[in-house]
Design a protein around this ligand. Structure first.
Ligand code: RFL
Length: 427
């Protein structure tokens, strides 16, 4: 067997190539932290670790083009932006995002504006499409000379309880001190966990959401939630000519049941609810998908030298726009913990990672579910929805008037992180 040192085609690193007779050469790379997945979690983590001098590599199965064009989230919480800024990762975001501090609820023909900025000491959401943040984070790694390895599917994560866990890819093996699984809900990192000792807390909700990315003739000024007898509908700003819409539908419904004409008619019926001037004209719908409404939280988020972050460890519905924010909060905690472990020999933060993050995830999930409860009428109300809608309207109005309901909603919705308001039960 022969070996020599070669340059990795995707980075400036050198690594040892081991050639076995009559076998495809197995390439071996050695890094301190191997990260599976180039979503917001993996990319944010890699940027911070690289800046702190830790040798890490993001391995992503999709092409760079695919990763950079995926349109999903758009609302960044206050705490997320503060952290990104503190790490020097928010320059373009701060220059180009738009700020939002209110949302509208539409119910029984009334529009109730909730100025959550006013009830959270002026905190605001930044509207910045997920794909823009992803592009910024990839560019940051490129500038640092450590771009992700795109189009490399990690087939397995092995030896997670040993000293050197490994990422196994086609023709390549990456040996690490730690592996971080940031490969989303359907990734392979979860599969590396032992069957015993880990539990997924799954919940299926009794409805699905049709999600529609649509062209609009004017920018959507803010988020609108409609609580309607025909079902929930939502409208989220995404840019000057685009908006994301949601429509509640029966569980298991198919996209085929929703031709464009039906989508537009239902959006108008539920979101405008007697006030068509409040809605932009809806044009082409480049993306129509069905979201199976479920949540899943895995406990614990670590085993041996494998740590999970973002959707790989917990997936929430889009209610409250929390998924990407939680993914970045995980990255922030892990970055500190890995630096403490690898540079200062302090194992404490890494040992506490799972419990600390799960406490936050559960609080955020509680808020997201509380909002789902507010926005959807129970099945029992379908015969006589008026009484239920009247009590919803009263609950919504409480969010718009000074008092504990409004403060708690505002801090949790904008993601202020302020203990006093964010740690109480929702309501
Ligand atoms: P991601 O973004 O899913 O990235 C995982 C990456 O891992 C790669 N991968 C692998 N790579 C190598 N080898 C393998 N074996 C691999 N298996 C998978 C994948 O290709 C992918 O690139 O996970 P991450 O980083 O945890 O980020 C999570 C967020 O993307 C997600 O929570 C949000 O998009 C959720 N979400 C929203 N979050 C918000 O905070 N605000 C919002 O307004 C919001 N709106 C949304 C959303 C999610 C949506 N969908 C489609 C689920 C709206 C929608 C419609």
């Amino acid at each position: 067997m022969t070996s020599h040192v070669a340059a990795c085609p995707h980075s400036e690193r050198s690594f040892r190539v081991v050639t076995a007779p009559r076998r495809t050469p197995a390439r071996r790379l050695r890094v301190e932290v191997g990260i599976v997945g180039a979503g917001p979690a993996g990319l944010a983590l890699a940027n911070v670790l690289t800046r702190r001098g830790i040798d890490c590599l993001v391995v992503e199965r999709a092409s760079r083009e695919r990763v950079e064009e995926r349109q999903r989230a758009g609302l960044l919480e206050d705490r997320t932006v503060r952290w990104l800024r503190s790490q020097g990762l928010a320059d373009r975001l701060l220059a180009e995002s738009t700020l939002h501090h209110w949302c509208d609820f539409r119910c029984l023909g009334h529009t109730v504006r909730v100025d959550y900025g006013a009830y959270s000491d002026g905190r605001q959401h930044h509207v910045y499409p997920q794909q823009n943040l992803v592009r910024d984070l990839i560019a940051g790694l490129e500038r640092a000379g450590t771009p992700p390895l795109f189009s490399h599917n990690v087939r397995a994560v092995t030896n997670i309880t040993g000293r050197r866990p490994r990422l196994e890819c086609e023709g390549m093996e990456i040996e690490c001190d730690y592996v971080v699984g940031c490969d989303g809900f359907r990734g392979i990192s979860r599969a590396a966990l032992p069957a015993t000792g880990h539990r997924a807390h799954n919940r299926r909700y009794p409805y699905d959401w049709l999600t529609v990315l649509a062209e609009v003739d004017r920018p959507v000024e803010g988020v609108r939630y409609a609580v309607h007898r025909a079902g929930f509908a939502g409208m989220m700003p995404r840019g000057p000519r685009l908006s994301r819409f949601y429509l509640q539908c029966p569980p298991g419904d198919a996209v085929a049941a929703w031709p464009a004409s039906r989508i537009v008619a239902e959006l108008r019926e539920r979101l405008a609810d007697g006030d068509p001037a409040g809605l932009p004209a809806i044009g082409a719908t480049p993306e129509v998908r069905m979201l199976r409404m479920h949540s899943s939280v895995l406990t614990p988020l670590a085993h041996g030298r494998l740590l999970l972050a973002g959707d790989a460890g917990h997936v929430l519905t889009p209610s409250g726009a929390k998924g990407m924010n939680l993914a970045i909060a995980d990255a922030a905690a892990l970055a500190e913990a890995l630096v403490a472990r690898l540079r200062e020999g302090d194992e404490g933060p890494l040992a506490a990672y799972s419990a600390t993050r799960l406490a936050d995830v559960r609080r955020v999930l509680g808020f997201s579910e509380w909002l789902l409860g507010l926005l959807h009428l129970p099945e029992e109300a379908s015969a006589a929805p008026e009484a239920e809608l009247t009590s919803r309207l009263a609950a919504i109005r409480r969010l718009a008037e000074p008092g504990p309901h409004a403060y708690r909603f505002a801090h949790r919705y904008v993601g202020s992180g302020v203990r006093e308001w964010c740690h109480d039960p929702p309501g």
